[in-house]
Design a protein around this ligand. Structure first.
Ligand SMILES: [Mn+2]
Length: 327
């Protein structure tokens, strides 16, 4: 439970104390969900982090602009989740930790190391990370930093992202969960991939997912089962195991989220995604991310709003897990 002054800020000019989250939403500096900008990790339970890089894409770049635009769109978020009947900001101290800073903006492999180092510090401070990508290559180094034991995984995406090396790199955005299995960061038998679809040139990624024991729920089966049955199965597979949630916005239909590098038609609706996330409450989440929001492909700004809204739903899951461990 945060101290009552945690969300209060002193205006440098007027000297007045105020809560930026309660100001008109078109005002103020754009932090994630108008949470305070942290200056002391020890005072934070959940850190909102931007990872502005897209060196890992296999097609259209643009996700490096995700964190900035999601911060802006996230000013539309409010604090109370009416469907879940909780206010995550009352459960935990939630702050914006800024962006991962790279020394080398042109080297994917060195960025993987930089991201890992950054999240090791977040993890060492006992802060749960909720990240905005960036392309999906960011998830492997995040898992490397925070997986003290092999984690369960809920992965929503059009693609399994279990491919091997492409074009000379093992760290592209189609590979994070293959690398994570190889490094024993996730338990494939406690991994559920949801929304998978689209044509492929090679089946080796899909085969890796299946052969390693992951539960792959293709979009056809998702539609046949319906959200409540999928929730039931995810809860059954994962139980109370520590779990990470990774949401690739291309898991949604491009009607809802056109601003992404590798769109695939025939995906989840935004409401299905929200209901799915809400149904996963009380799993033991240790972190989450929303990746592949590429604002240049969506001049309407809606994909950034969708990204911010998904982050808010995931924030509610993390806040419950953090404030009521073992529930
Ligand atoms: Mn992905």
């Amino acid at each position: 439970m945060p101290d009552k002054d945690f969300y209060s800020k002193r205006h440098p000019v007027t000297g007045k104390f105020y809560d930026p989250r309660m100001q008109p939403r078109f005002t103020e500096l754009a932090t994630f969900m108008r949470a305070p900008s942290a200056d002391d990790l020890s005072q934070v339970d959940i850190g909102l982090i931007g990872v502005p890089t897209d060196l890992g894409v296999t097609n259209r770049a643009g996700a490096r602009h995700g964190p900035r635009e999601i911060r802006n769109a996230s000013s539309l978020m409010r604090t109370f989740n009416i469907e879940r009947n909780i206010n995550p900001f009352d459960l935990c101290r939630i702050a914006d930790l800024g962006d991962v800073q790279f020394d080398d903006w042109y080297n994917l492999e060195s960025q993987v190391d930089t991201i890992e180092d950054f999240y090791r510090q977040v993890h060492a401070a006992n802060v749960i990370p909720l990240s905005a990508g960036g392309d999906h290559s960011i998830t492997f180094p995040i898992l490397k930093a925070i997986a003290s034991e092999p984690l369960a995984l809920v992965h929503i995406d059009a693609h399994t992202d279990t491919w091997d090396e492409i074009w000379g790199s093992k760290f592209h955005h189609g590979a994070p969960f293959r690398r994570a299995v190889e490094a024993n960061l996730i338990d494939p038998t406690k991994t559920v991939q949801i929304g998978i679809r689209g044509g492929q040139n090679f089946a080796e990624g899909l085969e890796f997912s299946k052969n390693s024991g992951m539960r792959v729920i293709f979009i056809e089966e998702f539609a046949d089962l319906g959200v409540p049955e999928v929730i039931k199965e995810v809860r059954h597979i994962i139980g109370d195991h520590p779990v990470y949630l990774s949401f690739d916005v291309d898991g949604l239909d491009p009607v809802y989220a056109p601003g992404t590098g590798t769109p695939e038609v025939g995906g989840l609706t935004t409401l299905e995604a929200q209901r799915l996330l809400r149904g996963l409450h009380e799993l033991s989440f240790v972190g989450g991310d929303v990746v592949e929001v590429a604002p240049p492909f969506d001049p309407s700004g809606n994909t950034a709003l969708v990204g911010a809204t998904l982050m808010f739903e995931i924030l509610c899951l993390l806040a419950v897990a953090r404030s009521q461990p073992g529930v």
